[in-house]
Design a protein around this ligand. Structure first.
Ligand code: FE2
Length: 345
């Protein structure tokens, strides 16, 4: 159609602009200028009873080759995107005794949260980080890392990465190390020795602002911190909730992924609210329930739960003992961009 013909009727005009890759705001306003966020991701729970079977079978069916034996948790609302929420991907990775997951690096940042087993390590930039159940291990962006299991237990952990965010920004880079493992250049426990001591820091270390130099947050210490606060009121929305922080700045441990742990005391039922940004929860201890936009998700240890942006949600402890939830979120990004909001009902 040429322009003069197209301008003879409104229908022809619209057909013409669409052919030229243009749309009037009046055509899309109803669906796009929404008063509230409209995430495509849906709340979803992956029960450990299911994941455990699948993960154990993957040990039989799939060898550890060039890629990790990591089961990616795809959000049912995201149409096959490599994403657990709009911005985060979570996976369940398993490594059997003697196995090595070969070295690589990538521009997305990663965390590991250990779900089952002891004796494996993640090596990051020359330091072997020993992984114990409940520990949080960081793998910041573009640092060489490999995993190995020199113990005699099968080890399972949750991976959490900002892959969907980095893909959305077209900033995804990936590289394999030429050898199976990158060389070890620092002693085991080095980052914890330097940066993991409450309130004191070696005077000769340089300050790093963006990425935490502490690479392992051990559950022994974190659990002790939670229990030391058990008689505090805590947050009405999160209970006794702690952020894993950068030891030098007090900010988030990673610039793109926030990490939290929260304890709900027996009988505790938190208040509902909405926040911008999404989270993925991994149950550490106890049992309870999370209600998201009216849908009830009952959980037990190692269940993984996706919480989309702006969904009304609350948690409650339905068990006899304490319930503990670990979670990752994209809040550091939203806060940096001044897009973080929350609203209580
Ligand atoms: Fe990786």
């Amino acid at each position: 159609m040429n322009a003069p013909d197209a301008f003879k009727s409104p229908e022809a005009f619209h057909q013409y602009i669409h052919e030229q890759h243009m749309h009037g705001l009046w055509e899309i306003s109803g669906s796009q200028n929404t008063p509230l966020p409209t995430p495509e991701a849906v709340p979803h729970l992956w029960p450990w009873s299911l994941m455990e079977q699948v993960v154990r079978q993957s040990c039989v069916t799939v060898p550890v080759g060039n890629d990790r034996r990591a089961m990616q948790l795809y959000n049912p609302g995201l149409g096959g995107r490599w994403a657990t929420t709009n911005t985060l991907i979570a996976a369940v990775q398993v490594l059997m005794p003697t196995e090595v997951a070969r070295a690589h690096r990538h521009s997305p940042a990663a965390i590991r949260f250990i779900m089952e087993g002891n004796g494996a390590y993640t090596a990051v930039e020359g330091e072997r980080l020993m992984m114990k159940k409940g520990d949080l291990v960081l793998t910041p962006k573009w640092q060489w890392h490999d995993h190995g299991n020199e113990g005699n237990e099968t080890v399972v952990w949750m991976d959490g990465l900002d892959v969907p965010l980095v893909k959305m920004l077209d900033a995804f880079f990936f590289e394999r190390y030429p050898e199976v493992t990158a060389p070890t250049t620092r002693p085991v426990g080095n980052s914890q020795a330097l940066y993991g001591n409450a309130g004191v820091m070696p005077t000769w270390v340089k300050r790093q602002d963006a990425i935490s130099p502490l690479m392992v947050y051990s559950y022994d210490k974190v659990r002790e911190a939670l229990h030391a606060l058990r008689d505090e009121e805590g947050s009405p929305y999160e209970g006794i909730a702690l952020e894993y922080t950068h030891p030098q700045t007090g900010g988030p441990a990673l610039p793109t992924i926030g990490n939290r742990i929260q304890m709900l005391r027996p009988g505790e039922k938190l208040k509902p609210r909405r926040v911008t940004g999404s989270s993925v929860f991994c149950v550490v201890e106890g049992s309870g329930r999370t209600v998201i936009d009216g849908k009830v998700f009952d959980w037990v240890p190692n269940d993984i739960l996706a919480l989309p942006s702006w969904a009304l949600h609350h948690h409650e402890n339905t068990g006899k003992g304490e319930a503990v939830l670990f979670s990752i979120n994209d809040r550091p990004v939203l806060e940096k961009l001044e897009l973080y909001r929350e609203a209580a009902e």
